[in-house]
Design a protein around this ligand. Sequence first.
Ligand code: DAH
Length: 340
Amino acid sequence: MPMLDQIDTLFSEAQTEIAAVTDAASLEAARVKFFGRQGQLSQIGESMKTLSKEERPAVGKRLNEVRQTLTAALDERAKTFAAQRDADALAQVDLTLPGTPPVPAGSLHPSTQLLDRAVQIFRRMGFALADGPDIEDEWHCFDALNTPADHPARNEQDTFYLPDGRLLRTHTSTVQIRTMETQAPPVRIIAPGAVYRRDEVDATHLAQFNQFEGLYVDQGVGLADFKGTLEFFFRELFGPGTAVRFRPHFFPFTEPSFEIDVKSAGLRGGQWMEVAGCGMVDPAVFEAVNQKRGDDAYDPEVVSGFAFGFGLDRLTMILTGLPDVRMLVENDVRMLSQFR
Ligand code: DAH
C-alpha cells in the first residue's frame, strides 16, 4: 500500500478508536498504540527513510497533519475525563460539613475563668483593678499592715526573703497600701495576683498561689456596706441560694475582723466552707499610709473602709470540685478540657 494511503487508513482507525475510549486508562492505551515509541505512527515515521526524495515532503506533511489532529483529539478526551474525575470526587464531598481545625482549640484555665467572673461582679459595683509588685519590701507587706516584727509571717520559715532583705509578697494586701499611698480617698479597688509562701506543697497548699484582694475606703463606709458587698459577691458567684456568714476572727490590719463562710446546696455536700478573710480597715493602717504620704488624706476620724482577701485557687477548687490544688498547675489537658 502506498504510504499516503497507509497514513489515511491509520488516521481513520485512530480517530475511531479515540472516539470509542471510555476512560482515562483506555485513552492512555490508545495514545501508546499510535504515538508510543513502538506506536504505529512512529513506525510510519521510521519507514519514511525508505522513500525517495520526491515522495518524502508530501508524506511528511500529511503525517504531521495527522499527528496534530490526533494529538488534539487525545487532549480533548483527556480533558473530559479529568473534568469527570473532579466532578466525581466533588460529589463525594459534603461542603456543608464543618472543616477540620488544624490545631485543637484551647480554652481558658478554670482559675482564669473564675478570675474573669469575680472581676466582672466587682466591676458592676464600681471596683477598679489595681496592681502591685510580686517582689515587695517588709514595710508594704507587714509594717504598714500593722503586722509587728515578731509576727510568725515575718519568719524566714514562712516567707521567701531575697538576699537584699526584700521578699516575695505573702498576700495581696500589699496592694491596699500601694494604692492608698498614691491615691486619695475614695478608693474602691480589687487586686488579684500571685502570692508566695514557704509551704510544703500538698493537696491543699502550693508555694505560689493566687489571691484576690479588695479595698473600699470613703467617708461613712460602714458594716452594712461591707456585709452587703461581700454577700452580694458570693451569691453572684455561688448562686442565689448561698448562705453567707461572718465569723469573728483576727487580722492585724482590720478591726473588727472576720472570716467568711459560705454554704450552698450544690457545693461540697452543702457544708460550710471558709472562703475569705475580711474586716473594717484598722486605723493603724490609715496612720501608716498618712505618714508615708506626708498628709492626712486617710484621717481615721474622717474616712473608714473595709478590706477583704480570698484564695482564688481555693474558690476554683470549690466550684470545679477538684480534689487536689496541684491539678491547677500541672497543665494536664485531660483536666483542663473538662472546664471549657
Ligand atoms: N491577707 C490575708 C491572708 O493572706 C487575707 C485577708 C484578710 C485580706 C483580711 C484582707 C482582710 O484584706 O481584710 O490571709
